[in-house]
Design a binder for this molecule. Sequence first.
Ligand SMILES: Cc1cc2nc3c(=O)[nH]c(=O)nc-3n(C[C@H](O)[C@H](O)[C@H](O)COP(=O)(O)OP(=O)(O)OC[C@H]3O[C@@H](n4cnc5c(N)ncnc54)[C@H](O)[C@@H]3O)c2cc1C
Length: 312
Amino acid sequence: MFEENVSLSKYSNYKIGGPARYFLLADNASQITDAIAVAKKEKLPVFILGGGTNILFSDKGFNGLVIKPNLKAIKQQGNMVHVGAGASVAELLEFTVEKKLSGFEWAGGLPGTVGGAIYGNAGAFGGETKDRLVDVMSLVTSNERPEIKLRANKDAQFSYRSSIFKENNAAGKQEVILSALFKLEPGNQEKIKAAIEEKKQYRINRQPLEYPNIGSIFKNVDVKKLSKEVTKRFKEKIKLDPFPVLPTAVLNDAAGLKNTRCGDAMVSPKHPNFIVNMGHATEADVKAVMAIVCSKIRSEFGVILEQEVIFV
Ligand SMILES: Cc1cc2nc3c(=O)[nH]c(=O)nc-3n(C[C@H](O)[C@H](O)[C@H](O)COP(=O)(O)OP(=O)(O)OC[C@H]3O[C@@H](n4cnc5c(N)ncnc54)[C@H](O)[C@@H]3O)c2cc1C
């Protein structure tokens, strides 16, 4: 049923990570249910993988079962779109252009899958995944018998880069997101396409997409957590996304952290909240750079950075 010894670097946008002991590309919910039953019996930890665009995998790999839900169906229901968790955000956006549906343009260029975007309530340009979500279907695996659950938006406890799925996972109650329903509105095809392209272009201009990376390493800083002096110094840089934050890239730049390098992991000079893989970076290289950044930002600005990326 499972592939064995599968390199996770192949599934990581960072191109970092050792092997997964077992790996399953699951085509439907019942395969996922069966796989989890086997893992439980064998007492193997399970990790659910999306597009691997927000994860730093261990160099040692994952001594358990990695399941990648390959649920990619996208269907229109009037102004609503029902989408499988394994579809990429890019595929969803392509579909919205084809069907002339507006409301997801903010996600232009957002890498990863719909499942990953829901899990972390991914957001950009003032938009968040939760904004258009009607409901989300998941497989609760922590009960004795796996159970399919449909949650309305309000019950999914979305917050800044978080959801009930992330919270529950942290509490040891893993769920697999299977699909979601989004409510959009009819729009002009050319305008929808242009808005998506504009966001993509913005990212190409500002983000070091030419190197393997996993996006912003640290969360932007809530202005409430800044001292008066720091707030005053960076007043012009504060932005609303989705509440007043100071971009961590601004602090990293001001602290002179651009190009800080350990092995092949380096703070990008193009976007200093990205740590890029310059060739053969390891997990240890990335963590070493992260530690330098955290310590410098704490000593210079009294800010304790919170990581946005996930360690596995
Ligand atoms: C160049 C670049 C730019 C980025 N820009 C942004 C940005 O603007 N805004 C932003 O919010 N993020 C951004 N990111 C981070 C990342 O793209 C998002 O967090 C994305 O939503 C992660 O999706 P993924 O499918 O790759 O998830 P993965 O990285 O594979 O997984 C992330 C987490 O989601 C969980 N997960 C994934 N699928 C499921 C599922 N079906 N069921 C249960 N859990 C699941 C995983 O277990 C893991 O804990 C960026 C990343 C890159 C590389």
